[in-house]
Structures are given as C-alpha cells and as structure tokens.
Ligand binder design. Sequence first.
Ligand SMILES: Nc1ncnc2c1ncn2[C@@H]1O[C@H](COP(=O)(O)OP(=O)(O)OP(=O)(O)O)[C@@H](O)[C@H]1O
Ligand SMILES: [Mg+2]
Length: 394
Amino acid sequence: MSGITVLSANESLEKTFFSLFGRSIPVRRVWSDQWRDPAEVAMDACAADPHLLVLGSDIEREDVRAIVPEIDRRFPTATILCLVPTKEVEYALELLRLGARDVLVESVASEEFRAELDPILKIAESRHEKTTGAGSELRRRVITVVSPKGGTGKTTLSTNLAVGLARRMPKQVVLLDLDVQFGDCAAALGLQPEYSLVHAIDGATHERSALKVFLATHPSGLAVLSPPDDLVAADDIDPDELKRMLAAFSEEFPFVVIDTASGIDPLTLAAMGHATDLLFVSTTDVPSIRAVRRQLDALDQIGYVAQRRTFVLNRANAKVGLSVAEIEAVVGLEASFEIPSTRLIPVSTNEGVAAIDKDGAGQLARKFEEIAQYFAPEQGGSRRRFLRALRKDR
Ligand SMILES: Nc1ncnc2c1ncn2[C@@H]1O[C@H](COP(=O)(O)OP(=O)(O)OP(=O)(O)O)[C@@H](O)[C@H]1O
Ligand SMILES: [Mg+2]
C-alpha cells in the first residue's frame, strides 16, 4: 500500500484527507505553479506511487481534461478520483471516459464523504496490489447461478446472494441479469433501471470506462444490470459481444453475480464459461434433480470443468419422499446449502424487497448470509472469532 496523493492547491483538502485517513494511510499533497505540461504534473503526482490519486475540485476543467488521461496512460497502477464542486452528469461521464475511476462531489470531512471514499479506496488498494503483482491472493469471483429447469430459485438465490455480498463490500458487487427475455432481478429488488444490457454491451465495445453509468444501484450498494424490456432487442444479443461485456465487468468489479435463464442457451454458456464459480440450484423434485445431473454431464463433455461447482438445494424441507442424501447421490454433488420453503420468499419478491433484507435477523436471512460468507469470507473474521473464543475459555 502506497498511500493517497492529493493534487490540489488547497491545503485544507489535504487536511480533510489526513483527518479521515492520516493514521491508517499515508496522505501527501503535491502542487506547483511551475509545472509546464501535463506530463510533468503526472510525474510529480505519481512520484510516490500512490494507489489513490485525488484531483481537487480547484483544478481548472481544461487542466483536469489534460491531466487525467496523462496519468491514466503513464501510471495505470494509480486509481484516479476526481473531486468536483457540484454534481454534473455530463462532465462526470467525460472524466470517466478520460480515465478517472470515480467522480465525487467535494465536501468537508463528513461521515458521508468518508462512506463514499471507503469503497473507492478498497478498490484502489486491490487494483494497485494486483497491478504491481503483490496481490496474488486477491480473489475475484464471477458466480454464475444456473439450473436447467425453470422456477427452481435461480433469481431468488442470485438476488439474495448479491445483496449479501454487497453488504460486505458496497460498490464492489454487480448483479447481471442474463435471463434476457424474462429476467426480473430488478423488480425483485425494487429497482427501476433506466438502462439495459443492450446499452452496456454497446458500452463495453465502445466506451468501456463508462460502463458503470448503465447500472442501477440497490440501497445495499449492489450494482444491477437488467435485460432490455424489448424482447426483440433481447433476442439480438450476440454471445461474443456479451463475453466482451462480461470481461469488462469482471475487471471493474471484484464480485460479479450472474442470474441466468433456465436451459443452456448460448448466453448462459457464455456466462458459465466466464465464471470462476457455478452455483447450481435445484428444488427437490426428481425432474429438476435429474436435469442438474444431465447438465453437469454435458459440462464435463464440453470441458467446462475449471469452475468450482457448488450445489444449493432449494425448498429443501418439501416432503417429497427423497432424502437430501439421495438427492446428492443423483446430482453427484454435496448440497452445500439448504434453503427452506417459506412464503417469505414470494412475499418479498412481490414487494420488491430482497428476502435477506425483509427477514432481518431471521433464519432465512442468515442462510443467505452464510452463502455470501462462503464466497467472500470476511477478512480477519476467523481470527477475530478465534480470539473471542480464547477469551471465553479463560
Ligand atoms: N424457498 C422457497 N420457498 C418458497 N417459494 C420459493 C422458494 N424459492 C423460490 N420460490 C418461489 O418460486 C418461484 C420461482 O423462483 P425464482 O424466480 O427464484 O426461480 P427461477 O429459477 O429464477 O425461475 P425462472 O426459471 O422462471 O427464472 C418464485 O415465485 C419464488 O418466489
Ligand atoms: Mg429467474
């Protein structure tokens, strides 16, 4: 970790950052009225190899427009954050296209400012480590939720898992709804997206840096991308273009959760091929269970074997004459999680509130928390628990 560099003539901005982070992260400010060109600014600004470079809102727009691409080109390990005096979407978009990672309205040391900065810093740190080779332990995950049969709980699982992950890592998780014809993740989360997959696919081809603009944001900090309303446009989505978009999102977000349509269409195949994890979900009925087994066999045959496979049994308590052990024997995978059948799930979907939120500290919410924990163990969590356990023993 190499710290934060603030590029600004304004000393109080440095003080703000110092009061927010000074004890935990080195903060330095650079400024000179002798600089002759953007290259010189970039060299001085990045001399300390910062992981986050903050451009103050006092810098003239024309200068910002010249400095940002220069830094982005010369020092790709630095994450650029531009502060602006007021919110202005067009200008923010322009800065993102030029190479800024994020744009925030500058404010004095408030809790809100800190809350906005924290996730940006985390991303900056992990990007810096990754690009400088120190972060080999960084675990990026693309989790594709699949089931050959319809109505087994893919959307329930993917939305609740994604919210569970985003609570741990706000702004670092994106949920992509690849059920392009009838996807309903946004509705299940109470969101009304302005843009769709079609915009993002186009963005991934032409303006990769602006991809985030097409996402809707859930209160948990989860970013969500939805399919288009237009079924014809959905039908035109090209799997190769989709792959490009998936690659772009998995570079931008440490955690990508993908909800898919039932069956194995070319888009689901693309999402499976891109995954680090395949999360299979089935209800307890024989046709669904057998279908998962056949899907697994097909994946073996086509060589999709690199992804970690996890099996979730939904409506696990339904009395259908089969034990969990018998189901596992048919599927050929252990059921890592069992979700009970409960009306809380359809009720929360109908209300547009994730079950994990609606259930508070209830059993169902805890179950989804466990699944999120499985994919993103909290850093230092086991150590803290271990120490607490030690204290208890004494
Ligand atoms: N554990 C559960 N208990 C009760 N109802 C559930 C449970 N899991 C899912 N459901 C309900 O079953 C229906 C299908 O669930 P969901 O939409 O998550 O499945 P899906 O696999 O995404 O379906 P599709 O293939 O149509 O996309 C929904 O109405 C949901 O509310
Ligand atoms: Mg679904």
